[in-house]
Design a binder for this molecule. Sequence first.
Ligand SMILES: NC(=O)c1ccc[n+]([C@@H]2O[C@H](COP(=O)([O-])OP(=O)(O)OC[C@H]3O[C@@H](n4cnc5c(N)ncnc54)[C@H](OP(=O)(O)O)[C@@H]3O)[C@@H](O)[C@H]2O)c1
Length: 243
Amino acid sequence: MPIVLLLGAGSDMAVAIARKFAAQQYHIQLAGRHTAALQAQQQDLQVRYGVTASVHAFDATDFNSHPGFFAGLPAQPDITICIFGYLGEQTKAQDNWPEAAAIINTNYTGAVSILNVVANSYAAKQEGTIIGISSVAGERGRQSNYIYGSAKAGFTAYLSGLRNRLFRSGVHVMSVQPGFVDTRMTQHLTLPPLLTAQPEAVAEAIFKAMKKKKNVLYVKWHWKYIMLIIKLIPEGIFKKLSL
Ligand SMILES: NC(=O)c1ccc[n+]([C@@H]2O[C@H](COP(=O)([O-])OP(=O)(O)OC[C@H]3O[C@@H](n4cnc5c(N)ncnc54)[C@H](OP(=O)(O)O)[C@@H]3O)[C@@H](O)[C@H]2O)c1
């Protein structure tokens, strides 16, 4: 069975994605910063679904380690899913460079650094699937989260370019725009239920869309139209809104 690599495997979304793929008998490689916590997840996947699961230390912001990390995996994954991310605090990031840098380096630079390595490997063997979890926050900058949003905007553009580059090599690249998801990242926010997905629904949608070789996935369809409207607001009006 195919192998799937989850980058940022401890996240709530990743736990649900790992379970969905394991239930379909994919072998799972769990990569993240807290390997001790990932070991419990590994055991759970093996016992629950009878698949092989392995744990690998990975830090998105340790750029120089990325080529060695990917080359050192016990087997090359058929599918790589880039899930890690950092929301951070917008107001803090406005006058605290380490916070701004953490947001940019996690959501953009780190993703580019590891996916460049994965993409070159998949291009050479002319097969593979890359899935990146970006955000609708990247579709238009808003005062409440434009540093996170701009990093995700960069990531969305990166995935689009990668899809274009790798199309002729037979490598599938899918961008995921989840909208609000009920996870640790958003637990401090009050989210509208109609526009909020559960991690299990995100996992289900990703699996289905991957099978259909979709290019861009909006987990809740509403978001595609909400963002369309938001992007149509003239800048002269948009700049006066409290968003
Ligand atoms: N929740 C939402 O509403 C929402 C909406 C749109 C997009 N997203 C995106 O969806 C993805 C998953 O987020 P989530 O909602 O599941 O949040 P989460 O549970 O907070 O997960 C974030 C994950 O990123 C990992 N991470 C952060 N910095 C890292 C680094 N330097 N190296 C490796 N891993 C790192 C964290 O690992 P540690 O356990 O080591 O901290 C954690 O596992 C993120 O890319 C997020 O931006 C979320």
